[in-house]
Ligand binder design. Structure first.
Ligand SMILES: *Cc1c(COP(=O)(O)O)cnc(C)c1O
Length: 341
């Protein structure tokens, strides 16, 4: 039995999800004639109280489409220094949109309204790039699954309005935040111009993300998705997995959060641990004492069939998910407790 805690993207579709995929009614989605994709898009749009949604093969493509949508070449966007859009989308901000990124030194991947104010270039000062977009990430990935307070997001939204900036949310793990903070998707729909959400992380679908926004934005997004090569044909088989995930796998994220917190509490008590970051959702980031070699530690875990990932500099990451079951959890707790150096 392999226990993969490297990411919540490692889940495989279960029997029931596969059955729903098999049974999906499909059509050509490039002609908007796939009933299951249309149903998924309508479902997610109304969940957020927004006009429209568009299905994407990946979260990166949904984010990159939003960035293209909201900017012109030469503009600048504002995001945290750890943001996925800047660090893990292959330089797409520059490549796809010709846009520069103003990085903010946030707290666990989260930024404040004042930091945004300070990062805006004066629009009439034509020597600087024109600031046109703020990108938020919730929950934060590299920030260890931290979640924003709505208050902060509202304050940043006000700054955006006052300065004519567009406001995009990278909500790859927004489902985790909604469950952990008991927030409602409509509260986010009211705030942002566009929101991207992933079905293939905590929700356990094999493929798929959506971009949600106004009819006008999503209409433009369709052309950009086409340019990026993201128009899919009988994508309803994939959308069916997404619908299944939304119906069955949102509430249970609480279990992932509980297990991540339990692991965090355990690690806190172990003598070879230097620091455990606060655990809010399903991501747990911790550091080993400097004298412990991170490669050797990971190798030791590997021999016990437990796989985790390194963030460098003795920082490690564990992500809990749908396929990490209670028996595995008990085994991991026992294994970690018994480790000595
Ligand atoms: C996973 C992730 C994405 C999207 O990634 P894809 O692998 O392209 O689906 C976007 N933002 C964050 C914060 C993520 O963790």
């Amino acid at each position: 039995m392999e226990i993969n805690l490297v990411s919540d993207t490692v889940t495989r579709p279960g029997h029931e999800m596969l059955q729903q995929m098999f049974r999906a009614k499909v059509g050509d989605d490039v002609y908007k004639q796939d009933p299951t994709v249309n149903e998924l898009e309508d479902t997610v749009a109304s969940l957020f109280g927004m006009e429209a949604a568009l299905f994407f093969p990946s979260g990166s493509m949904a984010n990159q489409t939003a960035i293209k949508l909201h900017t012109n070449p030469g503009d600048e966007l504002i995001c945290d220094k750890w943001a996925h859009v800047f660090n893990y989308e292959g330089g797409g901000v520059a490549f796809n949109s010709g846009v520069s990124s103003r990085l903010i030194d946030g707290n666990r991947g989260m930024i404040t309204a004042q930091q945004v104010v300070d990062a805006i270039n004066p629009p009439d000062f034509y020597h600087s790039p024109l600031t046109s977009l703020v990108c938020i990430e919730n929950t934060t990935n590299k920030g260890g699954g931290a979640c924003y307070d709505l208050q902060t997001l509202m304050e940043i939204g006000e700054v955006c309005k006052a300065n004519n900036l567009k406001y995009h949310l990278d909500g790859a793990r927004l489902w985790n935040a909604l469950v952990a903070k008991r927030q409602h998707p409509k509260q986010f729909g009211q705030l942002f111009d566009t929101i991207s959400v992933c079905l293939s992380k905590g929700l356990g679908a094999p493929v798929g993300s959506l971009l949600v926004g106004s009819k006008e934005h999503i209409h433009k997004a369709m052309r950009i998705r086409k340019v990026f090569g993201g128009g899919m044909r009988q994508a309803g088989y994939l959308a069916a997995a997404g619908l299944y995930a939304l119906q069955n796998n949102v509430g249970r994220l609480e279990e992932d959060h509980r297990r991540a917190k339990q692991l965090g509490n355990l690690l806190q008590q172990l003598p070879w641990i230097d620091k455990v970051e606060p655990v809010e959702t399903n991501i747990l980031i911790f550091s080993l004492k400097p004298q412990i070699d991170e490669k050797a530690f990971m190798e030791k875990l590997k021999q016990k069939n437990i796989f985790i990932s390194s963030l460098g500099k003795n920082k490690l990451r564990i992500v809990t998910h749908l396929d990490y079951k209670e028996v595995m959890h008990n085994y991991v707790i026992e294994t970690l407790s018994k480790m000595v150096f």
